[in-house]
Design a protein around this ligand. Structure first.
Ligand code: ATP
Ligand code: MG
Length: 178
């Protein structure tokens, strides 16, 4: 693996209304982990269920996993609490990025927090522009990525839904959806 000084740290965004934003991000994480890079995963919105990706990550000693969301739902009843929680997670994420302990940091579902107005895309973009080490990779996932975040990213992918099993009433399937 190249030394940090020889790497080009990238900002990747996985967005769109189709399935695959988080799973693509985890695919990249496991690829990087295979090369021995130190990985930090911060989940801004905690799912209801234990996930296979979190269980898989436990098999690696170079992946640290922080599921910090309140488990808040899509239609939030308490926006003040959601903003407070989001800002706490964002402060935590900033510390991890500044610490330079990690080669790759995944901010899973952070885009939703901008979409809901809990965290500004400009704040994220300004911080990454100033504070991200040149060798550090950052991945941001979630629907409706903020334009400011898209503007500073190197690679942006929009997952486009053609079909989703959910539309046929098929429930979330273990091993595929979580
Ligand atoms: P995945 O984690 O499977 O890559 P995702 O990160 O792209 O999905 P999210 O918006 O985070 O999608 O949604 C999480 C859950 O919702 C997943 O179980 C996913 O399969 C499901 N999902 C994603 N896109 C759609 C859609 N268009 N319609 C219904 N359910 C969806
Ligand atoms: Mg997701």
């Amino acid at each position: 693996m190249k030394a940090r000084k020889n790497r080009k740290g990238l900002i990747l965004v996985n967005t769109g209304d189709g399935k695959g934003k988080s799973t693509s991000s985890f695919g990249t994480i496991f690829r990087a982990a295979g090369w021995g890079l130190n990985i930090c995963i911060i989940q801004f919105i905690k799912g209801q269920w234990q996930t296979g990706e979190q269980l898989a990550a436990k098999r690696f000693d170079n992946i640290d996993w922080y599921a910090l969301g309140d488990g808040f739902t899509w239609d939030t009843k308490n926006p003040e609490q959601d903003i407070k929680t989001t800002m706490e997670i964002w402060e935590f994420a900033k510390e991890k990025i500044i610490s330079k302990d990690y080669d790759v940091v995944l901010l899973d579902e952070i885009n939703y927090c901008c979409d809901y107005g809990w965290l500004s895309g400009k704040e994220i973009a300004d911080f990454l522009y100033e504070a991200k080490a040149p060798w550090m990779h950052i991945i941001l996932s979630g629907r409706n990525a903020a334009p400011e975040v898209i503007a500073i990213a190197d690679t942006v992918t929009e997952m486009k839904k053609i079909k989703h099993a959910f539309d046929k009433g098929i429930n979330a399937e273990q091993g595929i959806e979580f």
